[in-house]
Write a protein that binds this ligand. Structure first.
Ligand code: ADP
Ligand code: MG
Length: 348
């Protein structure tokens, strides 16, 4: 935002907590039949019928999880919702409702909160979920946002981390490493701006990577495809911390090992190029970058034909015995153990 385009600043104290809540949430119509009571009473009511309730929460702290120097509040609101929906999809469940709790310092105006909620409601609309409640309080410094998502699934459809078995095929739903590289670009441009405030950031050529960082999406299409094709993955997890960490979770919970083919791991051409610009190895970014919010899942071999026609899927490896470890077959023909902190492990 340039200086001559200053947004108006209405102090929240002029309308108060209740005024803020109603300004942010009034006149919204619920879309989920299971939403019986939304915002406006002591608690929301969700009717569950025969299904299981799936619940998850994520908290985002300013200065730790987000930097408002390069994160527009609208994107922050959107992402805060998406990261939670991603966890619900990772259980092969359908998200239905969310609650949003915020702690804010006096530096945030009503307009700033409105922007945050624009992003939150944009995500709600896109993913067909209702915002049914939350809490609003003050903080001595900065902002904290906590989103809780509620989903539903038939008990027999739920996919855990612990079901992978030898011979299963390992798949991911999209390219990896881009969100991490987007963050590197934003951090680089922030440093340049701090040192030379007059310099305009060079973000245009990196649009794809920056969007992967600032506006990630949850993989609702994958879950819809599983339902349509009657596929139930044997295990699943969303990629928030990087492929290495997530495959290790699946393997440790399932008591198995894994072979991953480096050449099969999807990496976007922009990620390849930018990794090299930063003197990073693209596969290292894919393994350890995180925040891509793709799904990593395993399927029984018999479902291979069904998965072949999935619109966005990449087969990257195979589940093996625990004794065979968790290994990466590199494009150069070497075999490396995958570890949690593997920076610069792979090529000397
Ligand atoms: P209580 O005093 O019972 O905690 P509040 O006054 O905090 O109630 O909240 C009133 C209503 O507004 C409740 O339905 C609550 O879930 C909702 N609400 C409060 N803060 C938020 C928020 N930040 N986002 C969405 N809903 C909120
Ligand atoms: Mg309250």
């Amino acid at each position: 935002m340039s200086n001559n385009d200053k947004p108006s600043f209405t102090d929240i104290s002029t309308i108060g907590e209740f005024g803020l809540i109603s300004q942010l949430t009034d006149n919204k119509v619920s879309v989920q039949p299971s939403t019986i009571k939304s915002i406006g009473d002591d608690a929301a009511i969700i009717r569950n019928e025969q299904e299981c309730t799936v619940v998850c929460t994520d908290m985002l702290v300013e200065g730790i999880h987000f930097d408002l120097m390069y994160t527009p509040l609208k994107h922050l609101g959107y992402k805060a919702v998406v990261v939670n929906l991603s966890d619900i999809y990772a259980m092969n469940a359908e998200p239905k409702q969310i609650t949003v709790s915020v702690a804010i310092s006096s530096k945030y105006s009503v307009e700033a909160m409105q922007e945050l909620y624009d992003g939150i409601y944009t995500a709600c609309k896109f993913y067909n979920v209702d915002l049914v409640g939350g809490d609003t309080t003050s903080s001595p410094r900065g902002m904290v946002i906590s989103v809780t998502a509620v989903g539903q699934a038939n008990q027999q459809d739920i996919v855990y981390r612990n079901g992978a078995k030898k011979g299963d095929i390992i798949c991911v739903t999209g390219d990896l490493g881009a969100a991490y590289l987007g963050l590197q670009i934003l951090e680089r441009e922030k440093q340049i701006f701090l040192e030379h405030p007059g310099v305009q950031p060079e973000l245009e050529p990196s649009q794809y990577l920056i969007e992967r960082q600032l506006k990630p999406e949850a993989q609702r299409g994958a879950i819809a495809y599983f339902r349509k094709e009657q596929i139930i993955p044997t295990s699943m997890i969303d990629i928030s911390d990087g492929l290495a960490s997530e495959i290790m979770h699946i393997c440790s919970k399932s008591g198995v090992g894994a072979f991953i083919e480096e050449s099969k791991v999807p990496i976007h051409p922009d990620s390849e190029k930018t990794a090299i610009d930063f003197k990073l190895d693209p596969i290292t970014c894919a393994l350890h970058g995180g925040e891509d919010f793709e799904l990593l899942f395993t399927i029984d071999e018999k479902d291979l034909n069904k998965i072949r026609y999935m619109p966005e899927v990449f087969i990257i490896g195979e589940i093996v015995d625990a004794a065979d470890g968790i290994k990466l077959h590199t494009s150069g023909g070497n075999i490396h153990e995958i570890t949690a902190q593997g920076w610069n492990h792979f090529r000397q």
